[in-house]
Design a protein around this ligand. Structure first.
Ligand SMILES: [Ca+2]
Ligand SMILES: [Ca+2]
Length: 427
């Protein structure tokens, strides 16, 4: 507004000067007025330029700030998720920064513990997750107890007659030590230099309200709670002044009085198998087996040539179904303890000599087939391998097949049926 007013004034000024020729201002006065106006205009012009410069400066500043922010945005990695039941440490997603992950108690981290925002604007490693730790994996329950996994803990469901966190206490021995008076004795006291000193027999410790009694030391409880090397391979029974180890049925105590040894019922004729049956000794017991040959069908029949072997009867001429059926089926029985380490070769199947140009070994089926695999140990031998730990008691079966081939045509097939008896205990 101010500028426009000044311009109008300048345009009308000559008219004013010319119309007041006689009595108006002298030339000097006019010149002085013009100088004043010129000075005013210069001042206005300077102020105007100054404000333009300031505005330009502010615009530059704003532009720089925005540019910096945009370029920063391009130098970050995508936001990372916090794993369930876990935490993420570090929130900066700029290039070069690290983020760490950890899990809550009872969970284990699977994936990368640390991830770095890389130049490529992507994170190093894999997005981790928290997996519940299986506290039962180490089989903490003793004496036939069943382990139930829970978050950050396990619970043992004890077999009858056992109690405690690990089913380590024989209910019977605990009960006797608490109620049977034979578990306490009188101390041996002597008066020495004015004070009474009492001692207990070996296996007892001083107890009672006024230390007037010797109470049996429960070795079983003490060792189990400390989780020291097993005092007994199976069960511990506390006795007055001592303890003894016991074994489950089917086992006898070894000479070291702590380990258990299987009773061979077959060798010691303690079995009740009939004459037609074969006695198979197992850890903790025995089995009576009588394998059967497959039933005759489609002109294919088998004859039992021994207790553990069936041979195919001669085939009718040009009967393909018969000639392609297994030439022989043999039966094998193995006994293992529970929870054996793997891999473990259990059985070998060999050809006496090579017929045809190649031999092939494979697994046909059987109960618990997933626990096995087959590998070749030499040109004529295939091996049945136990590939996963098995907790007993269990019975597994595998059918191992050996095929003789000539130019990819089957010449003959042989089958070995292997039955594995796995005991309840790891001894
Ligand atoms: Ca004792
Ligand atoms: Ca046995």
């Amino acid at each position: 507004m101010e500028c426009r007013f000044l311009l109008i004034w300048i345009i009308y000024l000559p008219q004013v000067t010319s119309s007041t020729k006689q009595d108006c201002l002298s030339k000097r006065q006019a010149l002085s007025s013009l100088r004043q106006i010129q000075k005013l205009l210069s001042g206005q012009e300077a102020a105007y330029l100054q404000s333009l410069r300031t505005m330009n400066k502010k615009l530059n500043l704003l532009q720089n700030t925005l540019t910096r922010q945009v370029s920063k945005l391009n130098e970050t990695c995508p936001k990372l998720e916090v794993p369930n039941n876990g935490r993420k440490l570090g929130s900066i997603s700029a290039v070069g920064h690290e983020v760490h992950f950890l899990c809550e108690k009872g969970f284990e981290l699977v994936g990368s513990e640390t991830r770095v925002c890389q130049e490529s604007h992507s994170w190093s490693g894999q997005q981790p997750f928290c997996r519940n730790i299986n506290e039962c994996a180490k089989s903490p329950c003793l004496n036939g107890g069943t382990c139930v996994d829970d978050v950050n803990r396990f619970v043992c469901m004890c077999a009858r007659g056992w109690s405690g966190t690990y089913c380590q206490n024989s209910v019977y021995s605990y009960w006797t030590s608490q109620t049977n008076s034979s578990f306490s004795r009188q101390p041996h006291c002597a008066n020495m230099q004015g004070s009474t000193q009492c001692t207990c027999d070996e296996g007892f410790q001083i107890a009672g309200r006024d230390n007037s009694l010797c109470q049996d030391f429960d070795e079983c409880e003490l060792y189990y709670l400390g989780r020291l090397p097993r005092l007994c391979a199976h069960a511990c029974v506390n006795t007055p002044g001592s303890y003894r180890c016991t074994c489950p049925p089917g086992y006898s105590l070894r000479g070291d009085q702590r380990n258990c040894k299987d009773v061979d019922e077959c060798a010691s004729r303690q079995h009740n198998c009939s004459r037609d049956e074969l006695c198979v000794n197992t850890f903790g017991g025995f089995q009576c087996v009588q394998p059967d040959c497959p039933r005759a069908r489609q002109n294919t029949s088998y004859v039992k040539t021994s207790l553990l072997r069936c041979e195919r009867s001669p085939c009718p001429v040009d009967n393909k179904a018969c000639t392609q059926a297994a030439s022989s089926i043999s039966f094998s029985y193995l006994s293992l303890v529970s929870n054996l380490s793997v891999p473990r070769v259990l059985f070998r199947m060999s050809a006496a000599r090579m017929h045809g140009d190649s031999l092939r070994f494979g697994l046909l089926g059987g109960q618990g087939r997933s626990h096995f695999s087959v590998q070749r140990s030499d040109r004529l031998t295939g091996e049945l391998v136990l590939v996963s730990r098995v907790l007993g008691p269990a019975v597994l079966e595998a059918e191992l097949e050996m095929t003789e081939l000539e130019k990819r045509t089957v010449l003959a097939r042989f089958i070995s049926k292997v039955t594995v008896f796995i005991s309840q205990y790891d001894f």
